[in-house]
Structures are given as structure tokens and as C-alpha cells.
Design a protein around this ligand. Structure first.
Ligand SMILES: [Ca+2]
Length: 514
């Protein structure tokens, strides 16, 4: 540890000289969003700000997460694979991404969702606004309406607001909307630290478009009628748009068999409700894009945009969860305003599979629809070229080593080794370094490993592995397990190796399910 401290002190002494060259870093993580929801990945949802970042930056076609909120968010924090279903993690084995940035003398800021068991101010973050848990009512995360009254509040999580921990949080502002509030806090910090010499690391951890489906009326209004054509038509249209935009090659990425209920089997009232659900989902993504636009505007006003690395990605694929409208002790009357504080809606499995077009499955699956996320990297001073794609597989455990690499922080050897590799070579179109452990997946029923173009995957079946060559079959449509038994065995060994490396020496505490 002494070496590291000496190194850090030496590094800090040079920091003032090199401060101008060090980029700011903004990591934007969104929640339960499908691979093709945003415009620059083929979606019909209006996302002009993200599209502009993509047009001037770099898009990743095979970026992976862990298929679930809490494990993704913990993996991003620690630069290691945190696996499920026990939500077990050990945060004492190394540095958080905030601690890495802090070692480089950065101002470290985190606004939004946590969903790990650490407390951000104790683990490298100067400032934190947000909540410790998973899902919230976007209009009011507290346990009751202001002034009292029942409503679908999910769970009252611990919050930090204005640098104080609160057991629950009922906002004073009658117009409070969480996506806006997460941005407001981040912008206030950027104003507060504008004159400061040191660069900043900002983690914008949004919880949209996770259920419940909540959005401002003006944003929902834009999407009225847009989903009336139903699951099959919207999915086909998306797929065609992805081909037309050159995002996928239909020869190697056929549309995965749909596994979706026929739209025509729904009654008129069911169709209306289903279409409205997707309208609000679209509004939530649109609203996210508007908020990201506010951050971009601020960076431009402050003259920081050119030397800020912005990474945008999702924590898992679109969610199939909770098709039913009733929630715990709250049963809706059916008259609640869609998207409002009293409503509790989810897109459900059918729309989730549309959101994840052209891939298979959804959140918690290790198939591509669960684990593959869009990712945009934008950094005019650090990324060569514009409107580029990077096709090698990468995983969000790579983000911490990327930040360490860019900021010049040596990861302490005493700590459990990080498992990702730096993404910096991708910024100039070069291959990533060879990995010590392959990219792997394990959450509940989902298991998998990716080595080169090969992927082994299983969803809930005992030793019933599927094998795919993603170079020829990007959408996992041709299972080669029976045709290629030797390859299958090799990949099973790779998965076992990954699982052993991921868990070794951590003495993971197992959190019992309540
Ligand atoms: Ca999530």
C-alpha cells in the first residue's frame, strides 16, 4: 500500500501541471432500456442529443452488462464481475471507480441510483444525491403522498439529499420528477465547481426507463398513437430501420423468432392499454435524452465539452417484469392517469422483446436481449474520427480500468485484481488487450460466457447449454451445441474458469432473500 501512497503523492504533485490535459469523465447509466430503443441504434424514440453524440463519436455493437440492475451497478463501481442471484458482493477487495478518480485528484460526483450496499461518500465520491435502492415512484419516492395518503410507492429507500442522509424522502417540490432532479443536482455541482482547476468525474445513474412507467404529460403526448400498430409491426419496422441505417447486417443478424403474443389476439381495450404503456416508456427515454441534452449544454457553456469523455449505456436489457397492474397492497382502480403518481405500469414481456430488437429474451437472461447494451463514447479530444463503430466484445467491468488508464492511476497490487481491460485502444480503432478472464455472465437463471465470436449461454435449464457463433449468427438463432461437441466442452471449461476467477478469494456474503 505504501508504494501506492507514494505513487499517488508523486502523481498529485504533477497534477496541477497536467490538469488541463486530463479529461473530465461523465458516465451515464440508464435503467432497463432495450438495445434498439434510442434513435442511433434504430429506435423510433426521439433521442436527438444521444444521436448527436453518436454521430460525432463511437458506438459499440457488442457492449455487455450483467443483465440486472444491482449486479451491473456494483460491477461498474468495482471493475469486477458481481454475480447473482444472491446479490452478493464484496466491496472491500479493491477501489471503487470514485476512489480511482479521486486518486487522480478528480472532483468526484454521483447523482442518481445506487443499488449497491456502499455509501458513496465513504467510497470515493465527494458528493452524492440519490437513493440506495432499486425502483422508485418517479414523482415521489417517499412512503406516502405529501400530506398523507396511499399510493404505489414500492419501497421507502434511504436517500442522500443536500449532503444529508434521510430515511425516506418526500420532495417538497410539487413538480418533482426524478430524472429531472438527478440532472438538476449534477448541474448544480458543475456550477459550484466551475472555477475549480481539477477535472471532474460525474456518474449520472438514472433509474429511467425502469418501471413504474412515469413521465411528464408533454413527453407522453409526443408518442400518442405511435404504438397502435402493435408489437409485431413496431418490431419489424425497427428491424428494417436497423438494416437501413447499417446498424446490423441481416445476413448474420436475422430477426430472432419473436416469442411475442399476437397483437390481434388482444381485445380493443387491451390494445389501448398496451399501446399506452409503450407510449410512456418512449416518453421516459425521450425525457432522458432531453436531460442528457441539458448536461451537454452545460459542458459546452463551461468550455468543457471538447475534453470530456461521455460514456452512455444501459444496466440491462428491457424488462419483462410485472405484467400485471396490481402491486403489493395497492390495486389500481383503472382510472389512474397513465404516467402519473397514482399509476403503476410496466411494459411487460411483449414490449420488452420489441425494445430488445433484434435480439432474444430480456432482462435477467444471458441471451443478447438481456446483456447487450448500446454504448456511445464521445470525446472530441480523445476519440479519433466520427460516427464510428467498434465491434469487438467489451463489458462494463472495462469502464473502471479505462478511467484508471486515462487518468494515470496505478491500481494497487494488493487489491484483488480488476477483471476488465481498458477501452482506450478502441478510441483509435485498435483491438483491446487480451483478457485474463473471458467475458462472462451469471444472474439467477442466466449463465453464459463469450470468447471471441463464440458464446455459450443457458437460461434456466440444467446443463442444457446453447452454443452460438456470433460472427455468423449475431442474434443466437442457430444452436450449434449438438453439432460441435468439442467446442461446446471448450466453452463449458471457459465458463467454469470465468466463474472460479470471478468468485475466488472473495468470501462472498450471501444475502438471504426476504
Ligand atoms: Ca436495470
Amino acid at each position: 500500500m505504501k508504494k501506492c501512497i507514494v505513487f499517488s503523492l508523486l502523481f498529485l504533485s504533477f497534477l496541477t501541471v497536467f490538469a488541463d490535459n486530463k479529461p473530465n469523465v461523465v458516465v451515464i447509466l440508464v435503467d432497463d432500456m432495450g438495445y434498439s430503443d434510442i434513435g442511433c441504434y434504430g429506435g423510433e424514440i426521439e433521442t436527438p442529443n444521444l444521436n448527436a453524440l453518436a454521430a460525432k463519436g463511437l458506438r459499440y455493437s457488442s457492449m455487455y452488462n450483467t443483465s440486472k440492475c444491482t449486479t451491473t451497478r456494483s460491477s461498474l463501481l468495482m471493475g469486477r464481475y458481481v454475480i447473482g442471484p444472491s446479490y452478493a458482493a464484496n466491496y472491500s477487495h479493491g477501489l471503487t471507480i470514485g476512489e480511482v478518480a479521486k486518486r487522480a485528484g478528480y472532483r468526484t460526483l454521483w447523482s442518481g441510483k445506487n443499488h449497491s450496499s456502499i455509501r458513496p461518500p465513504e467510497r470515493g465520491f465527494d458528493r452524492f444525491y440519490g437513493f440506495q435502492g432499486g425502483a422508485c415512484n418517479f414523482w415521489n419516492p417517499g412512503p406516502s403522498l405529501k400530506g398523507g395518503g396511499k399510493f404505489p410507492h414500492i419501497k421507502a429507500y434511504e436517500w442522500m439529499v443536500d449532503d444529508k442522509w434521510l430515511k425516506t424522502y418526500i420532495p417538497e417540490d410539487p413538480n418533482y420528477f426524478m430524472t429531472d432532479a438527478i440532472t438538476d443536482n449534477a448541474l448544480a455541482w458543475l456550477n459550484e465547481y466551475e472555477k475549480e482547476e481539477k477535472p471532474f468525474f460525474l456518474y449520472l445513474a438514472y433509474n429511467a426507463p425502469h418501471w413504474p412507467l412515469h413521465a411528464p404529460d408533454k413527453d407522453i403526448e409526443k408518442y400518442k398513437g405511435k404504438y397502435d400498430a402493435g408489437y409485431q409491426e413496431i418490431r419489424k419496422t425497427r428491424y428494417k430501420r436497423m438494416i437501413d441505417l447499417g446498424i446490423i447486417d441481416p445476413k448474420v443478424a436475422p430477426l430472432f423468432p419473436e416469442e411475442i403474443d399476437p397483437w390481434d389476439s388482444l381485445s380493443d381495450s387491451e390494445k389501448k392499454l398496451e399501446a399506452e404503456r409503450m407510449e410512456v416508456h418512449a416518453a421516459m427515454v425521450d425525457n432522458l435524452d432531453q436531460n442528457i441534452g441539458r448536461v451537454i449544454k452545460k459542458l459546452k457553456e463551461q468550455g468543457e465539452f471538447e475534453n470530456t469523455l461521455i460514456l452512455f449505456l444501459a444496466d440491462n436489457g428491457a424488462s419483462h417484469e410485472r405484467d400485471k397492474r396490481a402491486f403489493k397492497n395497492y390495486t389500481p382502480t383503472g382510472k389512474e392517469k397513465m404516467g402519473g403518481v397514482m399509476s403503476y405500469e410496466c411494459i411487460g414481456k411483449n414490449w420488452a422483446r420489441v425494445s430488445n430488437t433484434p435480439f432474444a429474451k430480456h432482462k435477467v437472461s444471458s441471451h443478447e436481449g438481456g446483456v447487450c447494451t448500446p454504448m456511445i463514447a464521445h470525446w472530441p479530444k480523445g476519440i479519433e474520427g466520427q460516427n464510428k463503430w467498434f465491434h469487438e466484445p467489451a463489458h462494463l467491468v472495462d469502464i473502471l480500468p479505462t478511467v484508471g488508464d486515462l487518468l494515470g492511476v496505478e491500481y494497487p497490487q494488493e487489491a484483488k485484481a480488476i477483471e476488465g481491460v481498458s477501452l482506450k485502444p478502441s478510441f483509435s480503432g485498435k483491438s483491446l488487450s487480451l483478457r485474463n478472464v473471458p467475458i462472462g455472465f451469471n444472474f439467477a437463471k442466466g449463465k453464459g460466457v463469450r470468447v471471441g465470436s463464440w458464446k455459450l449461454v443457458n437460461f434456466g435449464k440444467k446443463d442444457n447449454w446453447e452454443l452460438y457463433n456470433l460472427a455468423k449468427d449475431r442474434t443466437e438463432t442457430k444452436n450449434l451445441a449438438k453439432l460441435m461437441p468439442e467446442k461446446l466442452e471448450d466453452m463449458k471449461k471457459a465458463y467454469a474458469f470465468w466463474l472460479a476467477k470471478t468468485t475466488e478469494g472473495l468470501n462472498l456474503p450471501i444475502r438471504k432473500k426476504k
